[in-house]
Ligand binder design. Structure first.
Ligand SMILES: NC(=O)c1ccc[n+]([C@@H]2O[C@H](COP(=O)([O-])OP(=O)(O)OC[C@H]3O[C@@H](n4cnc5c(N)ncnc54)[C@H](O)[C@@H]3O)[C@@H](O)[C@H]2O)c1
Ligand SMILES: [Zn+2]
Length: 359
C-alpha cells in the first residue's frame, strides 16, 4: 500500500492506495473512531458495492442518497444530517463517504457542519474521486442557479483508495476520469504521459496493477500541488488546465450531453490551441496531447453541442476572469504548465469555434 501525505502540520492526512485495501477499512475505521459511531454515506449504486459491507462490518448505519449530481442539495444535506442524528453520531463520530465526487462532496459538507464539524473519511469509488475530488479538502453542494456554491474546506482524516473498486464503474464514467489523468500528465509528469500513451490499451482495459501505479502518480501530483499551495495563491491553478473551456461547455449545455471529463478533454484541446497561438505551447506538444486523447478514446471536439457565443459569454464570467477575460493555464512542454496567461480575444474565439466543429 502506497501512502501519500497531503498538507503539512496538524491538518495533514494520508491518502492510501492499494489493491484490496477495502478489506482493511473496517478495522482501520474502528481504530480511528475509537468506539465512537460512524455513519456511512453512499449512493444508490455504491451502497451495494461496498457501502453496505462497510456498514455491516462496522455495525454502523448507512445513509443512501440517490445517484447523481442532484444529491448535492440542501434537501439531501438535511436528510443526511437527520440520519446522523438518528445514528446517534456525536462530536467524536466519523462520516464515511463511499462513492464518487457527488457522495464525497455531500458527505464533506455534512462532516464540516454537523455539530460544527466531525471527522470525515473518503472511500472513493470513481476514478475521478480517487485522483481528484477526494484529495484537497474541498466540499460543496449546489443550488439550482450555481454549482458548488455552498461549501467548506473539510480535509479528511484519511483517504482509502482501492483501485479494484473501479471494476464495476460504467465505461463512460471511467473514461471521464481518464481525462483528469491525462490532465495530470500534461501539467506535471512526462513519464506518466509516456506510460499512458504506450499502455493506453491496458489502461482502457483497466488492468488493475497498472491502474494502481497510475492512480498513485495522480494522487501524488494533486497532493503535491495542494500542499505547496494550500491557500490557492497560485500553483493550484494548474489543476484547472482544460477546465476553463471545459466548465463553459458544461454550463452552456446544461450539464447534459458531455461528461465532465469529455468537456475537460475538449477544453484541453482548446487550451493547447490557445497556447500554440500565444507562442507558449510548441506544435509538437499540441500533437502529442491530441494523440493521447485519441488513444484514451476521449473527444478533442464537441461538434454542435453549444453555440460559440454562449461559450464565450460564459468564459467572460469565469470565476478566475480578470477584466472580463479568463486567465489561462497553458502547457510549455509535456509535464510543465504555467498559469495566469492573458490571451487576445480573437485567439480564444478561434479555439472555441474549433472546439465546436467536427475534428
Ligand atoms: N471536491 C472537489 O475537489 C471536487 C473535484 C472534482 C469534482 N468534484 C465533484 O465531483 C462530482 C462528480 O463526481 P464523479 O464523477 O465521481 O460522479 P458521481 O459521484 O456522480 O459518480 C458517477 C456515477 O458512477 C456511479 N458509481 C460510482 N462508483 C461506482 C462504482 N465503483 N461502480 C459502479 N458505479 C459507480 C455513481 O453512482 C454515479 O452514478 C461533481 O459534483 C463535481 O463537482 C469535486
Ligand atoms: Zn475536473
Amino acid at each position: 500500500v502506497a501512502r501519500i501525505e497531503v498538507g503539512a502540520g496538524a491538518g495533514a492526512y494520508p491518502v492510501e492506495v492499494g489493491r484490496g485495501l477495502r478489506e482493511e477499512i473496517p478495522a482501520r475505521l474502528q481504530e480511528l473512531s475509537g468506539g465512537a459511531g460512524c455513519l456511512v454515506i453512499a449512493d444508490s449504486n455504491t451502497a451495494g458495492l461496498v457501502g453496505a459491507y462497510l456498514a455491516a462490518a462496522l455495525r454502523a448505519r448507512i445513509h443512501v442518497v440517490p445517484a447523481g449530481e442532484r444529491s448535492k442539495s440542501f434537501a439531501e444535506l438535511e436528510r443526511a444530517v437527520e440520519a446522523a442524528l438518528d445514528a446517534g453520531l456525536d462530536r467524536r463520530g466519523v462520516i464515511v463517504a463511499v462513492g464518487g465526487g457527488v457522495v464525497g462532496d455531500l458527505a464533506g459538507v455534512v462532516a464540516a457542519t454537523y455539530m460544527r464539524g466531525v471527522r470525515l473519511v473518503h472511500v472513493p469509488t470513481t476514478l475521478l474521486a480517487m485522483v481528484d475530488s477526494a484529495i484537497g479538502g474541498k466540499a460543496a453542494i449546489d443550488v439550482p442557479r450555481a454549482k458548488n456554491l455552498v461549501g467548506a474546506f473539510k480535509p479528511p482524516a484519511v483517504v482509502f483508495v482501492d483501485p479494484d473498486l473501479l471494476r464495476t464503474l460504467p465505461e463512460r464514467e471511467y473514461r471521464s476520469g481518464l481525462a483528469e489523468v491525462a490532465k495530470y500528465s500534461m501539467i506535471s509528469d512526462e513519464h506518466l504521459f509516456d506510460t499512458l500513451l504506450a499502455e493506453a490499451e491496458r489502461v482502457l482495459h483497466r488492468e488493475l496493477d497498472l491502474l494502481t501505479t497510475v492512480i498513485e502518480r495522480c494522487c501524488a501530483i494533486k497532493a503535491g500541488v495542494v500542499t505547496r499551495d494550500e491557500h490557492e495563491a497560485g500553483e493550484r491553478a494548474i489543476l484547472n488546465y482544460g477546465h476553463t473551456v471545459g466548465h463553459a461547455l458544461e454550463a452552456a449545455t446544461g450539464y447534459g450531453p458531455l461528461t465532465h471529463g469529455e468537456a475537460v478533454a475538449v477544453g484541453m484541446t482548446a487550451a493547447a490551441e490557445i497556447g500554440a497561438a500565444a507562442g507558449v505551447t510548441p506544435a509538437v506538444v499540441v500533437e502529442r496531447q491530441g494523440a493521447l486523447l485519441d488513444a484514451l478514446h476521449l473527444p478533442r471536439t464537441a461538434p454542435g453541442v453549444a453555440t460559440a457565443g454562449d461559450v464565450l459569454a460564459l468564459l467572460a464570467h469565469d470565476k478566475k476572469a480578470a477584466a472580463g477575460q479568463p486567465r489561462w493555464v497553458l502547457i510549455e512542454a509535456v509535464g510543465r504548465a504555467t498559469w495566469g496567461h492573458s490571451v487576445p480575444v480573437p485567439v480564444v474565439e478561434a479555439a472555441v469555434a474549433h472546439a465546436l466543429e467536427a475534428g
